[in-house]
Every structure is written in C-alpha cells, then in structure tokens.
Design a protein around this ligand. Structure first.
Ligand SMILES: Nc1nc2c(ncn2[C@@H]2O[C@H](COP(=O)(O)OP(=O)(O)OP(=O)(O)O)[C@@H](O)[C@H]2O)c(=O)[nH]1
Ligand SMILES: [Mg+2]
Length: 342
C-alpha cells in the first residue's frame, strides 16, 4: 500500500531510505511520521522528504494551536527535558491553573477597575518569582566546574562522575590544557561538568592560556569543586584559590592514600577517591544540595523562562509604582507575549 492509499487513522510500519518509520494518516492531506533513534535518523528522513518538496513544519508551530505562550513554553521545556526527574516535575506544573488565575485577574481588572486586587497580584507574583531558581534548574544544566592544582585528579574525577573516559588522565602535571565539559545527570538533574587546566604559576604559554580559560569558566560557574590532594602538604596556591573563590566546595581527593600529617581534616571536608569510588555518592548528594533548591509542592507555580521572570517583575514594578493601568496589558504580555530564546 502507498501512503496515498492509506485510510485516515490507519497505522503503517515500513522503511524510508533504510530507516524504520511508522506513518499515520491523520487527515486527507496530512501524515504523521515517527522514526526511531537520535537526531541523525530524524534529520536523514526529514532531509530526504524536503528534497521531494514535502513542507516540513517545526513542531513548536504545529503544537501552538490556541495555546498561550505560557503554556507553549512549558510544553517546549518538557520536550527538551533530558532527565526523567525534570520531565516529571515539569509535567506536574499547574500551568492551566496559572493561566486561569491570570485570565481571572484580567477579567476582574476590566470589570471593576477600582478593585483592590493589586495587592493580591503583587504578593502572588513576588511569591512565584522567589521560585525562579527551581525553574532554572529544571530547564537548564547547572555548570559545575572541577578545579585544583595540576595532578590533583580533576580529570579522573570527571571521568568517574561521567561514567566514561571523557578526559585524558596522566601521571604528569599539566595534562589538561583546555576547559571542556561533559553533559551528565547528577541526582536526576542535568549538569555540565567542566574539567579545567590545573592552576599553578607557569612560564608555558599554552598552559597559561589554559589557566586563564579556567578562571573564565570559574567566574561563571554555578558551583566549583576545589580538589585538594590529601597525600601532599597544603600549598600556598590552595589558600590563594580559596580567597578568590570562597564558595567553592572543598574535596579532599585521592582519599585512598595516606593523608599528609600537615593536612587538617575537618568533618565538613568531603573525602573522595576517583580511583576507588569512595565518597562519590556523598559528593553527588552535596552537589545536588548546592545546585537545586528544595522543590516546592507539586501544585506550586514557578517561572521557567527569562521572559516569564521579566514579565512577572514588570507586573510587580507597575504595582509598586502605582501604574495600575499597565496591569492588564502586562498580564496579557505574560500570557501571550512573543516566544523568546531565553
Ligand atoms: N591514588 C589515587 N590516584 C589518583 C586518583 N585520581 C587520580 N589519580 C592519579 O593522579 C594522576 C593525575 O590524575 P589526573 O586526573 O590526570 O589529574 P588532573 O588534576 O586532571 O591533572 P592536570 O590535567 O595535569 O591538571 C594520575 O596518575 C591518576 O591516575 C585517586 O583518587 N587516587
Ligand atoms: Mg586533567
């Protein structure tokens, strides 16, 4: 059977240029095509159809229908979500209730402009804004950076946490020359774990370039893990680093080795060994505790895009400045403003 003979609603299974495909005719002139695999398989099928004058529609336009921008943003976030945990949490977000609440406010403001609703709107928008970090962590990978002296075991720990050999490990200080990341999930949350060049004074221009890149990523990191080699005495560089990045989490690395007598071990110091795996579970818990704020109850509203956060902030500012006439258009903007990329 060819697809033009396919009855509407009938599901066909077959091959398209070597790829398995499932084709459903959804209307007289509309077919839905599903294929398996990653982006390469999808792109291959799509390109071959495009070359035969089939019009490809972006799924974001396809699903827009009568939905508000707010609802579309949550759907896009769910589609892009890379872990089960973040998908589940986004699916449970009470988006419809949020939309209904905004529509209700708009109606009230129109029907009764003298209404004393502004106080309630301000309080609720401020509360939603306090949960911004939750929305960011559910939709954007946290940037966690590994730092420390050359040879302290940064690349080994990255490989251990990633579960594969992403980074080159050698018993020679100065092995890693550039910064690079591994996309992983820790505790169910997406994380970009970045390896950096070991920080030290050096005359090697390539190594110094790597060290200055390390500082660039350290300045924008959500969390820094600073590794100390427990088997050697504390160094001046360690103290200098901690003065510069006081929020870094300290990790006493190579914990499988005998701790140097000059090292003071406090109970807050995490003891980890990339070699044996000791302490890695505790380290992961600690990372998650730092990057993800406590999740609110499933029925709680939170913003997930920069557009939503800006819109909420504009509503709060309008109320603070007593520009009540701006409230309705600003709520409209939160509901239906143009999609942005942030
Ligand atoms: N005993 C022990 N050795 C380790 C551990 N982790 C790494 N090493 C060893 O330490 C040496 C350096 O490891 P790397 O992971 O390359 O260290 P690095 O911090 O990335 O080094 P640079 O890239 O030069 O800055 C290698 O010989 C590793 O096998 C550990 O947990 N225990
Ligand atoms: Mg390295």
């Amino acid at each position: 059977m060819t697809i033009t003979e396919q009855p509407v609603g009938r599901i066909l299974f077959g091959y398209w240029e070597g790829e398995d495909v499932v084709v459903i005719r959804t209307d007289e002139h509309e077919w839905e095509l599903h294929c398996h695999g990653g982006f390469a398989a999808v792109n291959r099928v799509q390109n071959s159809l495009e070359s035969r004058d089939v019009q490809i529609q972006d799924w974001r336009d396809f699903q827009s229908g009568s939905q508000s921008t707010l609802e579309r943003e949550f759907q896009i976030a769910i589609a892009k979500s890379v872990t089960w945990k973040t998908t589940e949490r986004l699916l449970r977000h009470p988006t419809t209730s949020w939309v209904n609440q905004l529509l209700h406010w708009q109606k009230e403001l129109k029907e009764n402009p003298s209404t004393n609703l502004a106080g309630e709107i301000q309080t609720q928008c401020e509360q939603v804004l306090t949960r911004s970090q939750v929305g960011i962590r559910l939709t954007t990978a946290a940037r966690v950076v590994l730092a420390g002296a050359p040879n302290v075991g940064k690349s080994s720990l990255l490989n251990r946490l990633a579960g594969y050999d992403r980074s080159i490990v050698q018993n020679r200080p100065g092995t890693t020359r550039d910064t690079f990341g591994a996309e992983i999930a820790l505790g169910g949350y997406p994380v970009t774990l970045t390896d950096t060049a070991g920080i030290r004074q050096t005359d090697d221009s390539l190594e110094s370039a790597g060290i200055s890149r390390a500082h660039q990523v350290l300045r924008t990191a959500d969390l820094i893990l600073f590794l100390l080699d427990g088997s050697i005495a504390p160094t001046l560089e360690e103290n200098q680093f901690l003065a510069q990045y006081p929020d870094a989490i300290l990790v006493l690395h190579k914990s499988d080795q005998v701790v140097h007598p000059d090292r003071t071990i406090t109970s807050s110091l995490l003891r980890v060994s990339a070699l044996t795996g000791e302490g890695t579970e505790t380290l992961i818990d600690e990372i998650v505790k730092h990057i993800v704020p406590e999740l609110p109850a499933p029925s709680t509203i939170f913003p997930i895009t920069g557009r939503q956060r800006n819109s909420l902030q504009n509503i709060v500012s309008a109320i603070q400045e007593q520009n009540f006439e701006l409230l309705n258009p600003l709520i409209e903007d939160l509901l239906t403003g143009p999609l942005t990329n942030d």
